[in-house]
Design a protein around this ligand. Structure first.
Ligand SMILES: [Zn+2]
Length: 136
């Protein structure tokens, strides 16, 4: 953990608190609709498919594949040190999640869509732990 984290931090809401609580425990928890028998993301108070408010949370595997990515060569906000990789991960449970791809050279020939990735957790403040992904 660092006390000098200068990037923007998320602000948990009642709908997302369970997700952030899981991250703090280094667990990836996902909203789940029993009516649809399926996960969804981002977290919200109702299922985006059937609009049921009867939703649950289940722990995800933290495994998935790289759906798409971009190598960022310019900082988009204070604290970012390019080059770094932004990624959309296709989780094994179905939903897609945006994160950084880390532990990989930010070079186009080192990263491939559909490559296997797994979640890692970055403790960035006393309150916030960010899910990131690395090659599995
Ligand atoms: Zn549903």
């Amino acid at each position: 953990m660092t006390t000098e984290y200068t990037k923007l931090l998320p602000h948990p809401t009642p709908e997302t608190q369970r997700f952030w609580d899981g991250c703090k425990q280094h667990e990836l928890w996902l909203p789940y609709c029993p009516n649809c028998s399926d996960y969804f993301f981002y977290p919200r108070a109702f299922c985006p498919r059937c609009f049921s408010w009867d939703i649950e949370w289940k722990q995800g595997s933290g495994k998935g594949t790289l759906y798409t990515f971009a190598i960022q060569y310019r900082p988009q906000a204070p604290g970012f040190r390019p080059p770094y990789v932004t990624a959309i991960v296709q989780l094994d449970e179905g939903p897609r999640l945006m994160a950084n791809l880390i532990d990989v050279d930010p070079e186009p020939d080192k990263i491939r869509c559909d490559m296997a990735v797994e979640v890692v957790f970055e403790d960035v403040s006393d309150e916030i732990t960010l899910p990131q992904f690395r090659p599995a």
